[in-house]
Design a protein around this ligand. Structure first.
Ligand SMILES: Cc1cc2nc3c(=O)[nH]c(=O)nc-3n(C[C@H](O)[C@H](O)[C@H](O)COP(=O)(O)OP(=O)(O)OC[C@H]3O[C@@H](n4cnc5c(N)ncnc54)[C@H](O)[C@@H]3O)c2cc1C
Length: 447
């Protein structure tokens, strides 16, 4: 094994195990470091690798949802995560859910049984030499965080404050109006959802009574000054939101010719203008109550949420500033980053990120060029987004169809997702053939 090309991976979670498997399957010797059972993060409990710290669901299976497509792609690409998921499934309607104990045990056995993977149970406190994949997750140990600081500077965050995002095609453009405050800025940058007094007061009342997600024990001490949950602002007094994120001053509704009583502002989220976020609406409301309450906002009655809001402990870097779409650090290309630490959000997305980092670290170890999947695929759309998004407002992201490049022609809203999935499948299969034939580096270069 000593004559083989080799890499080191930090973290035996979803991304680290997937990366290790992909690299080893490509003939590269892998040393995988996992700090459990010597040290546990506040959320991990089991000795097994690839532990699911919360839900046992990998979300929907239908191609109507981009996470369904991402799972199909991972299966087609020979992902360890999907192999273990399919082998340990439990009934869950339209979702893929697993027996969490069997799932993690299965991955642990496969990793331990692979002749090219050496599992070392220790905490990494220095970034090793050679080619390294850092996949230590949203609860990376403190000592390693210290070692990351010289590499990432101020572009390292410990909490995310996520505001919901809605699909542009689900916004009622007859109700919202485009305007920037006092007409300032580059044109009319915001979409404004106007509210009258009655609508505003009803909305605030619902925010106060809506069901909230309880913080975990290790999150309780945190103060979110500067990124307060919208319902906490609402609890400070009926007018607080009107002087905060729902401030109407300087905004004239062209239909009434007057300033509304309050507004919710929507800011464009991506270059293609297929998604808009609700400015300042980070929240700890439960997902069902977010859907119910935010659809009370005029113009958002039919909103489709491509991401819902949240606030939780989450170590992640500013990937668009620090990483290339191959998942390498711009400042030190021998280092790769994978999983939730890169700013992808979710189990499936973390494994997908591990897949790409593992493939690319092994290519580099073998003296070949790292690759980027086509951006028309779910894997490519996610990786390209997190490494090219706006550096100033970067927040973790789930995979969703809003990230995909638009279709060339016009398509009815109902048919669009099917067509995006079909295009993704065609491009994925071509890319997979090139990857297997060793020519995918050229595809990557074009992306
Ligand atoms: C509390 C919480 C709940 C979540 N719930 C969900 C959910 O329900 N659904 C969902 O889709 N996503 C959820 N997520 C988000 C995310 O999908 C998971 O955290 C996912 O496990 C991330 O995968 P990962 O491989 O990046 O990190 P992890 O799976 O956390 O793996 C990282 C591994 O690195 C190890 N490690 C850390 N530091 C070191 C070190 N210095 N040396 C060696 N090893 C180290 C850790 O022990 C861990 O095993 C949750 C996140 C958190 C924090």
């Amino acid at each position: 094994m000593s004559s083989l090309p080799s890499i080191t991976i930090i973290g035996g979670g979803l991304a680290g195990c997937e990366a290790a498997w992909q690299a080893a399957e490509r003939g590269v010797a892998v040393t995988l470091h996992e700090m459990k059972p010597h040290r546990y993060s506040p959320a991990h409990e089991s000795q097994n690798l690839a532990e699911l710290v919360c839900s046992n669901s990998f979300r929907g299976e239908s191609l109507e949802n981009a996470v369904g497509l991402l799972k199909v792609e991972l299966r087609q690409l020979g992902s360890l995560f999907m192999t273990a998921a399919d082998a340990t499934r439990v009934p869950a309607g339209g979702a893929v859910a697993v027996d969490r104990e069997l799932f993690s045990r299965r991955i642990t056995e496969l990793i331990q049984g692979h002749p090219l993977i050496t599992l070392q149970r220790d905490e990494v406190t220095e970034i090793p030499g050679g080619i390294v994949v850092i996949a230590s997750g949203p609860l990376t140990s403190d000592l390693l965080v210290e070692r990351l600081k010289p590499l990432v500077g101020d572009d390292l965050y410990f909490y995310d404050a996520i505001a919901p995002i809605v699909g542009a095609d689900s916004i009622d453009f007859d109700t919202v109006f485009r305007a920037s405050r006092y007409g300032k800025g580059e044109g009319a940058d915001y979409l404004n959802c106007p509210m009258n007094r009655e609508e505003y007061e009803r909305f605030v009342a619902e925010l106060l009574t809506g069901e909230k997600v309880a913080p975990r024990d290790f999150e309780k001490a945190v103060h979110f000054e500067g990124c307060m949950p919208v319902e906490v602002l609402a609890s400070r007094g009926i007018e607080t939101l009107r002087f905060g994120p729902m401030k109407p001053v300087g905004l004239t509704d062209p239909r009434s010719g007057r300033e509304p009583h309050a507004v919710v502002q929507l800011r464009q989220e991506n270059r293609e203008a297929t998604m808009y976020n609700l400015v300042g609406f980070q929240t700890k409301l439960t997902y069902p109550d977010q859907r119910r309450i935010f659809r009370m906002i005029p113009g958002l009655e039919q909103a489709e949420f491509v991401r819902l809001g949240s606030l939780h402990r989450n170590t992640f870097i500013n990937a668009p500033r620090l990483l290339t779409p191959t998942q390498q650090f711009k400042a030190d290309p021998r280092l790769f980053c994978a999983g939730q630490l890169t700013g992808v959000e979710g189990y499936v997305e973390s494994a997908a990120s591990g897949f790409l980092a593992g493939v690319n670290a092994s290519l580099l170890a073998r003296g070949e060029n790292p690759v980027v999947p086509p951006p028309t695929t779910a894997l490519g759309a996610l990786m390209v987004h997190i490494t090219t998004a706006d550096v100033k407002q970067f927040q973790p992201m789930n995979v969703n169809y809003g990230l995909f490049p638009p279709l060339p022609g016009r398509a009815k809203k109902k048919e669009r997702r099917g067509l995006l999935a079909q295009r993704a499948q065609e491009d994925l299969l071509l890319w997979r053939a090139e990857l297997q034939g060793g020519t995918a580096g050229q595809v990557g270069a074009e992306v």
